[in-house]
Write a protein that binds this ligand. Structure first.
Ligand code: UDX
Length: 437
């Protein structure tokens, strides 16, 4: 089948290459010529394990272009553009609206337009009214991919969700998308068909649940910090109950990235618009708990060092999670920036995030207080304190005695509870975890 994918950012690029892997001929369309050029050459414009190889393996079935007209050849059109956060917290639909409007002249009767972007509930119903007059059908098929395992999440998802129109066209849309995903469905992947509103809500509900789970354990960390309890042992113990489960119960400096923070805020904004803000008022607490974890690190350093001005602090980690180069709403970067604002001399190190962070620091004019390096050993030299803010494996594997030998003072703040605390203490460090000592 010939497929177009509109928007070749993280989601769209991975989706396009994965559809080619399933055997389809794919045309990826994006307004950014630099990104398109890179993808056309088989070079990933972001960090995602295995993605270069997937692009190159399927190069014969993949075309990337800035020309929307190329989508005319396709029968199924995926819309995978971004929905960033607006100033008021709601989702900004500019790109989704533009993608649909620009696509419409090129779709023909019986084509399928499949929305993948995360949108406020009610969007698909509205867009359907624009698509239907062409004779094409709109459906919504949210994605749940995680950065770092995006290819596996696309080709072997936990489930497929189809949001379809209520009339007969819903059956046609389902049959056509089943054909596209035949290779995935053959692996007995659960496929759930529902109305537009439910499909839209599935995505934001899933992300809200995950965010709530993380903030729940971080709230327990706050209690543990005052009572002397150990939040990791607490998470292990409650996590054995299969109704609770241990995953997403790692306390630390909280969640960040391009999805969870913006999706919960967008969901709250939409509920308020609908006059049912009370239903989601708890998500504001989830957000607050999450942001409090970032300032907790700064407080711990103040407690330990007395004052921050003039102290050298090494921050290991800049990305919002390991195996990614994504610094969007990264707790690690936020902490490094607030330490620098408090007068500390901050050196932040990250194997992948250093590059986007350096560009950002230059853009906002923070070069003076805040330096960035790919080399975490260099960052630790003569530091008065070390903050571990992203749980990269290379950081966890470091020998505490060697690191202690490089630093001016042996203080470590384990923002991800990812270090062997006993080993660091044995090497003479004052160890401060998040909700554990
Ligand atoms: C998330 C969802 O998992 C995915 O299904 C959705 O499609 C997009 O948003 P992603 O943003 O890639 O994916 O990151 P994820 O692995 O979910 O982690 C989000 C954040 O939560 C990270 O900052 C991570 O460090 C943090 N986190 C995760 C914790 O603080 N504790 C945990 O136990 C788990």
């Amino acid at each position: 089948m010939i497929i177009s994918v509109l928007g070749c950012g993280y989601l769209g690029a991975v989706h396009a290459a994965s559809m080619a892997e399933l055997g389809h001929e794919v045309i990826g369309v994006d307004v950014d010529p630099v990104r398109i050029d890179s993808l056309q050459k088989g070079i990933t414009p972001f960090h995602e394990p295995g993605f270069d190889a997937l692009l190159q393996k399927n190069a014969a079935r993949l075309t990337f272009t800035t020309d929307m007209g190329a989508a005319a050849e396709a029968t199924v059109h995926f819309v995978a553009v971004g929905t960033p956060q607006s100033a008021d917290g709601s989702a900004d639909l500019t790109f989704v609206n533009a993608a649909i409007e620009n696509l419409i002249p090129y779709v023909t009767a019986r084509d399928l337009v499949v929305g993948k972007s995360t949108v406020p509930v009610g969007t698909a119903e509205r867009l359907s009214k624009l698509v239907t007059p062409t004779g094409a059908i709109l459906m919504w098929n949210p994605e749940f991919l995680r950065e770092g395992s995006a290819i596996e999440d696309t080709l072997a998802p936990d489930r497929l969700v189809y949001g379809v129109p209520g009339d007969d066209s819903g059956h046609m849309a389902t049959a056509l998308l089943d054909e596209v995903y035949a290779g995935i469905l053959a692996k007995d992947t659960p496929r759930l068909v529902m109305n537009f509103a439910t499909a839209e809500l599935v995505k934001v509900a899933a992300n809200s649940f995950l965010a709530t789970k993380i903030s729940f354990i971080n709230a327990m960390a706050e209690i543990a910090e005052v009572t002397g309890a150990n939040v990791t042992q607490l998470a292990d113990a409650i996590g054995y109950d299969p109704r609770i489960g241990r995953r997403f119960l790692n306390a630390g400096i909280g969640f960040g990235g391009g999805c969870l923070p913006k999706d919960i805020r967008g969901f709250v904004a939409r509920a308020e618009e609908l006059g049912i803000g009370d239903a989601l008022s708890f998500l504001k607490d989830v957000d607050d708990i999450n942001l409090r974890r970032r300032s907790r690190v700064v407080d711990v350093l103040r407690e330990e060092l007395g004052f921050l001005k003039g102290k050298k602090v090494a921050v290991w980690g800049i990305t919002f999670k390991p195996d990614s180069d994504d610094i969007r709403d990264s707790p690690a970067l936020d902490i490094a920036e607030s330490l620098a604002r408090s007068g500390a001399a901050v050196v932040a190190a990250d194997p992948e995030g250093w590059k986007p962070a350096e560009e950002r620091v230059k853009r906002v004019g923070e070069e003076e207080a805040f330096s960035i390096t790919p080399d975490h050993i260099e960052a630790a030299l003569n530091a008065d304190a070390l903050v571990v803010a992203t749980e990269w494996k290379v950081f966890q594997e470091e020998d505490p005695a060697t690191i202690g030998g490089l630093m001016a003072d042996k203080l470590v703040v384990d923002g991800r509870n990812c270090l062997d605390s006993e080993a660091w203490k044995a090497a003479g460090f004052r160890y401060r975890g998040m909700g554990r000592s």
